[in-house]
Design a protein around this ligand. Sequence first.
Ligand SMILES: Cc1ncc(COP(=O)(O)O)c(C=O)c1O
Length: 387
Amino acid sequence: MTYDFDTIINRCGTDSMKFDGAAVFGKPADVLPLWVADMDFPAPPQVLDALHSRVTHGIFGYCEPDAAYFDALKNWFTGRFGYEFSRDWVVIAPGVVYALSIALRAFSKRNDAILIQEPVYYPFKEIILLNNRRLIVNELQCNEKYFIDFADFEQKIITNNVKIFILCSPHNPVSRCWTADELREISRICTKHNVLILSDEIHCDFIFDGNTHRVLPALCPHENILLFTAPSKTFNLAGLQLSNVFISNSKLRETFNRHAAKNAHEIPSALGVVACRAAYTHGSEWLAALNDYLWSNYMYLDAFLKTNMPVIRLVPPQATYLAWLDCRALGLSSKQLDRKLTLEAKLWLSPGSIYGASGDGFMRINIACPRTTLETCMERWRKIIFA
Ligand SMILES: Cc1ncc(COP(=O)(O)O)c(C=O)c1O
């Protein structure tokens, strides 16, 4: 089957945060949005078919996923990543960030230290601070690509008596697919110091250039790891509000569930369940085609920068559909560059500084769009950069 990722589909007027949110976020109405991490492509046809037939049925009562739902998870996570799990480990939540926040409340107390690696997806920091926990940062180091300063990682854990580490694997926004050795070292240090790992692997299905994603609890089967996944990035289903958390340790699972119950969220979204089951059962061929398309977008972007704007460098893309651009040679802060891009080029990208101070001077572009959209973006940028 062939899939069309080239056609531009008008998303305006669909309650889309990315396309209809300009006024709310103080952006000009005619801005081209390549910021928030959803894609401008429809979900796979098999997912749309499953949703259509469910909608035709017409009754949307409280939902209890069937055995096929868990078979679909097995098909995906055991089949693709060798992660063996039992059905009762799975906790369904409305979203990964929601579930991470529940885990912070369940497994730490007020003022406890929580470790993250900036630059990183900024809601990690937000939920740590909103839950009155202490933010501890192990800065990722950057030469040609990013790497972990493990001495600092361990020292920060010891000095601050860190209770929880939130891992982003693969890492948004620096596009790293962590190697087995790096993940083993993270696990070794956290186990040694009794640190719980919340492993956010939501971007696990976008891996490029010969890299391999390793599901952390498959590689290091310790009971101190909670695995957070979702079909939302992979199949563009974020608005259906469904994620799957895998908790092997029954005590931790009970504690997590008790805290989730306090928020009175126990019943999953009916359409989310339908879409997730269909996606993890039938979606692999579509995903392979999508990843080919995304890689060609990366290659276009890299070539465009090298030819037209060599002052800006694409950090080697190993994972995610979020290109991380090193713009530091322009001599502007991310905020200044963002303002220029918004007002002069009418582009809405993500300034690197929102992911932490070490992201300053970088910009993030969501390349999960038709090639022509990306071309329009880069042409607009090129016109203003030398103006
Ligand atoms: C690392 C990471 N975790 C979680 C999310 C959001 O997950 P959810 O919408 O399920 O809360 C994102 C979205 O971009 C992300 O990049």
